[in-house]
Design a protein around this ligand. Sequence first.
Ligand code: DLL
Length: 436
Amino acid sequence: MIHNPQMECMSREDMRKLQGERLAATVKRCYEKVPFYKKKMDELGIKPEDIKSVDDVVKLPFTTKHDLRDEYPYGLQAVPMDEIKRIHASSGTTGKPVVGTYTQADLDMWSECVARVLAVGDIGPGDVVQVSYGYGLFTGGLGAHDGVAKRGAVQLPTSAGNSEKQIMLMQDLGTTAICCTPSYALHLAEVIEKNKVDVSKLKLRVGFFGAEPWTWGIRRELEAKLNIKAIDIYGLTEMCGPGVGGECQYQDGTHIWEDMFLPEIVNPETLEPVAPGEVGELVITSLCKEAMPILRYRTRDLSSLNYEPCKCGRTAVRLGKVLGRSDDMLIIRGVNVFPSQIETVLTEFPAFTPQYFITVDRKGNEDTFDLDVELREELFSPNPGKQMPFIKPLYDRLVSLTGIKPNIHIQPPGTIQRSTGKAKHVNDKRDFSNWH
Ligand code: DLL
């Protein structure tokens, strides 16, 4: 089901025209209301009148996470405080969080974004949608919550955690859809299995998973274990939260809601646009945000854009699966590796659970790469001799794909740390401060 056919299926030509108009209005607003942007544009010698069509976006300055931190908390706000209705923030492991403020129009726009994704799973009145993203400053919980209301469905605000209870409620209240991180969904699937809940008796039919990269292997696992369709939902606090885009039923890229967000892919080093379809850093300009409009935000997410028409009828451009953030990339013995690549390989081997943890360290002049994995319950043995036949093929595949030799450690099932939110897959213990 398509929530807003007019916007989601608009001809490319009309969409570009609409984006051009909204871009010009956004830039004018930034220039007049946000001193940070006026300064940046003055430095580049650009006036709002120079932005006439979407092609002119390349003339605009970039915005980075550093800029948001420097302008913390309200430096990028374009409206007075009495127009703000809500504040969210992204956790940020160090220093100040990134703060997002919303007018009522921003909140309405955001719920429209999420509603478009939920409609892919035919969510509507009568559907019980269990929102198991964390509620709070994190945008996942309340963002999904408002989207559910927009579709006229039932909000079941369980938030994250307390898995046994989540499953009890899922059974008793007839949950038809769930929204959570893919790692938490994996964990719920495990608890369901452990408690011998008959999945075929659940009413669950679709899950909307996002907030972290997840691979096709995880999708296969979730769809099989939970007997659902697993839909990818993308977003970030700086733009609104979940719902900047979402997959359609063909699961071949995330449609970005282009009437509200103008995506570009640039080479992260030169910052020049890459050829269509090439992988680079996703940069987004907000086209409708009132409280905190944002120009050319460098998301640091690596992906590509596909402008080919989609079988679903939507014309909205599709973002490829996010490989990870440029800062998630590990350089081990000079080789670039993303945790998502390890996940892809691991999930090719059904003997293992999809849980993993990477530890990188430095001994002398050599990087070490340790990979903790779990064998499935029925295959596990603490006897190293019995583990070897499982380790060898995984090791060979990892070496042939990445060129790096991992030390693989088989852990007892269920012992690698599970996550209720965004999973942490890596501990990089190397001390970069001593590097020359
Ligand atoms: O994670 C918003 C969100 C909540 C999206 C719930 C989807 C569902 P932040 O905490 O600001 O916001 O983190 C944003 O998470 O730049 C990506 O690196 C990553 N991310 C979000 N969705 C996906 C996804 C929320 N579907 C950052 N696939 C983004 C891959 C994702 N990465």
